[in-house]
Design a protein around this ligand. Structure first.
Ligand SMILES: [Zn+2]
Length: 105
């Protein structure tokens, strides 16, 4: 028997396939706003990044979010997202640890 499949998503920066839980979702809302979506449930086109600032920096350098979200993302938006990303990184890691024995799909 094969183990239950974990949903995988690709990090838009390093192109690695990772379980969805390990990734931070960036969403472009229907109104065109680009934001970090920690719940993973916001409506809009999503792009995934490893929960690491290094991957965010790579995405910024390569403009990976522009491509993934099919919208030009300005430098000011990258800068704002980067600050937010750094702020949520700890939260994200802490939440993952909390969740580790409670496997809700
Ligand atoms: Zn990555």
């Amino acid at each position: 028997m094969r183990p239950r499949k974990v949903p995988l998503r690709k990090c838009v920066a390093c192109q690695e396939m990772m379980p969805k839980k390990e990734l931070i979702r960036i969403v472009r809302t229907p109104s065109g706003e680009v934001a970090i979506d920690l719940t993973g449930k916001k409506a809009g086109r999503g792009a995934y990044l490893c929960g690491k600032v290094s991957c965010f920096k790579l995405a910024k350098k390569t403009k990976a979010l522009d491509r993934a979200l099919k919208q030009p993302v300005g430098d000011d938006i990258y800068d704002a997202l980067e600050k937010e990303f750094i702020a949520v990184e700890d939260q994200f890691i802490a939440a993952k640890e909390l969740e580790s024995d409670d496997d809700e799909a």
